[in-house]
Design a protein around this ligand. Sequence first.
Ligand SMILES: Cc1cc2nc3c(=O)[nH]c(=O)nc-3n(C[C@H](O)[C@H](O)[C@H](O)COP(=O)(O)OP(=O)(O)OC[C@H]3O[C@@H](n4cnc5c(N)ncnc54)[C@H](O)[C@@H]3O)c2cc1C
Length: 294
Amino acid sequence: MLAAGGFESNIEWLREAWGRNERGEWPADNFLIRGTRFNQGVLLKHLLDDHGADRIGDPTQAHMVAIDARAPLYDGGICTRIDCVSLGVVVNREARRFYDEGEDFWPKRYAIWGRLVAQQPGQVGYSIIDSKAIGRFMPPVFPGVKADTLPELALQLGLDVETFMRTLQDYNAACRVGSFDHTQLDACHTEGVLPAKTHWARPIDTAPFYGYALKPGITFTYLGLRTDDTAAVRFGGVPSDNLFVAGEMMAGNVLGKGYTAGVGMSIGTAFGRIAGTNAARAALQQGVEQHAGA
Ligand SMILES: Cc1cc2nc3c(=O)[nH]c(=O)nc-3n(C[C@H](O)[C@H](O)[C@H](O)COP(=O)(O)OP(=O)(O)OC[C@H]3O[C@@H](n4cnc5c(N)ncnc54)[C@H](O)[C@@H]3O)c2cc1C
């Protein structure tokens, strides 16, 4: 029974999968791994390359979170996640916004922000909030950069002040504030700015201001072994009668892109039980056959 996780800790494999981007960068060089360093995908590669097991999923697709750029390369865990994205704006290294920060509830969107940051120059982003956001999100382990004015914040973050101020002024002027409610897809939205912010759009205007540098934090990869409801590994479309797989090694079966909170553990739990039951049944059957043959 195989349950050795994805290949998210294998930077070389991620590098190969992501390749170079149009700016000549290797995006995977700037990824941080949120969990163990031991998920190198050794067994996954062995099954795919050496045994020709059937595969499913895109090797570049993964659960990827925007995490604090100061997080360690491995094992940063949950406390380095930056959860204030939907309460403010996110800009790239050029001080420009690049995606709707209020598209949907945070548990439905947090796992795409790592990928969005991975597509930006230098694979870096900056989450910007003002004091109205404080107390409304899980505080990360490292404090944010704090400033009393927006130009000062841009300076501290190393961003071009003029572009940053234009981005923030355009955004602030575009906010159509209704009744703010972070527990609902509320009516606070922008008009006349691209990209739009479709919910929870309030001007960033109340000091002190905070900024967090973001990097892509990879939680687990989606490339996996193709299987079915028996959790059997398949070779040339034929299910194995004694090799079963569970968890991230077959998660690509379920997740195309994006995420729903809790699915990671659910995949491991549900398919772990199925794979374990079927592996025990296969072992029992093999034992019966061996006994009958003796
Ligand atoms: C920071 C973080 C937060 C998360 N939060 C959530 C959450 O809130 N909800 C949720 O549902 N999911 C969450 N997940 C995802 C969840 O932890 C995984 O989806 C789940 O653990 C996958 O289970 P698995 O058994 O497939 O792999 P893993 O739990 O990764 O286990 C794989 C094991 O195999 C071992 N291994 C790897 N290669 C080899 C080898 N060659 N030989 C022997 N052993 C090997 C590894 O050391 C590891 O112990 C989170 C993950 C991280 C990193």
